[in-house]
Design a protein around this ligand. Structure first.
Ligand SMILES: [Zn+2]
Length: 62
């Protein structure tokens, strides 16, 4: 039996990204309909590249 865990898939077959903020398992916001890359974070205002970086550093220190 093959049981791969490489991310979830939406009903339409599109991969559903999960917010990369440490400890956050909310789905990332969808890509803009007009195009462009899908954001890596969910719709929380405090989840962005900067806060994720700070949280990772904080967790590393324990
Ligand atoms: Zn998040």
């Amino acid at each position: 039996m093959v049981n791969r865990h490489e991310g979830n898939s939406g009903a339409a077959g599109f991969p559903v990204r999960t917010c990369i903020y440490p400890g956050c398992d909310r789905p990332a916001v969808p890509a803009h309909p007009a195009g462009g890359p899908q954001p890596a974070f969910c719709d929380r205002d405090d989840h962005n590249a900067l806060t994720a970086h700070l949280e990772r550093m904080r967790r590393q220190r324990g």
